[in-house]
Design a protein around this ligand. Structure first.
Ligand code: GLN
Length: 239
């Protein structure tokens, strides 16, 4: 177990709508509540992105912001190296689109960094509202059992290629596209989603799964945390 867990918050100066930066805070707090030292490292547009953090989070954003983010991630390929090394990466909305092969911004097709086998293009109507799904338990999410809940707001519709798996089967809301009834992506050590919230505050089991991966442990071996307020928030949102 590392002495201090290093949580990389990637490009919070351009990506991080709807409190997505909170995903890093949730990881840090849930580690500390278990007596595990944890720190957040901010990697801004002007910084390099080291490849040796224990876990990374990247948030959502506007079209213009994600074009800037994609160019920067291609220029400083720390996240790509971290993924190649199997380090967990959690990406939300624009963050997910940017990790894919291509996405659409302001009607133009833009290159992503190709960490996930997913392509995003504009849907006919924007998906806005609550989204919930049941975990598919693909790949590194095999230990997830709890329904997933979040808030989606995206015009981009994301189609998965054969190397990518869905994170959830949609039970409410749109998810990746209006047709596919699936939400998010799991590929290698990357878990990506359209869920804002922030997602890890609303889905503590998903937060713990990322923590467990960062600590090289199984989820079932992580000491449980009893937080009744979080349970109540989840029940309210899932209703
Ligand atoms: N700009 C992207 C879209 O509309 C992502 C939006 C977001 O991150 N909330 O699809």
């Amino acid at each position: 177990m590392p002495k201090t867990l290093r949580i990389g918050l990637v490009l919070p100066d351009v990506l991080g709508t709807y409190g997505d930066d909170g995903n890093a805070l949730v990881l840090r707090q849930r580690a500390r509540m278990r007596g595990i030292g944890a720190e957040i490292e901010h990697f801004l547009l002007s910084d390099d992105i080291p490849a040796d953090c224990d876990v990374y989070t990247i948030g959502g954003g506007e079209d213009s912001a994600q074009v800037i983010a994609a160019a920067r991630l291609a220029a400083v390929p720390g996240l790509q190296a971290a993924a190649a090394d199997g380090r967990p990466i959690f990406a939300v909305c624009a963050g997910m689109q940017v990790l894919g092969r291509t996405f659409t911004a302001h009607g133009q097709t833009v290159e992503g960094i190709g960490l996930i086998d997913a392509t995003t293009s504009a849907m006919d109507t924007r998906a806005i509202g609550e989204v919930s799904s049941l975990p598919t338990r693909a790949g590194i999410t095999s230990e997830l059992t709890e329904p997933l809940t979040g808030f989606e707001n995206h015009l981009g519709g994301t189609v998965l290629g054969p190397e990518a798996h869905a994170l959830g089967k949609v039970s409410h809301g749109v998810g990746n596209t209006s047709e596919a009834s699936v939400e998010g992506v799991v590929q290698g050590s990357v878990v990506a989603t359209y869920m804002h919230g922030p997602a890890l505050a609303r889905n503590p089991q998903l937060a713990d799964l990322l923590l467990a991966n960062a600590l090289d442990m199984r989820l079932e071996d992580l000491e449980p945390l009893e937080l009744t307020l979080i349970d109540r928030l989840r029940m309210e949102r899932l209703r």
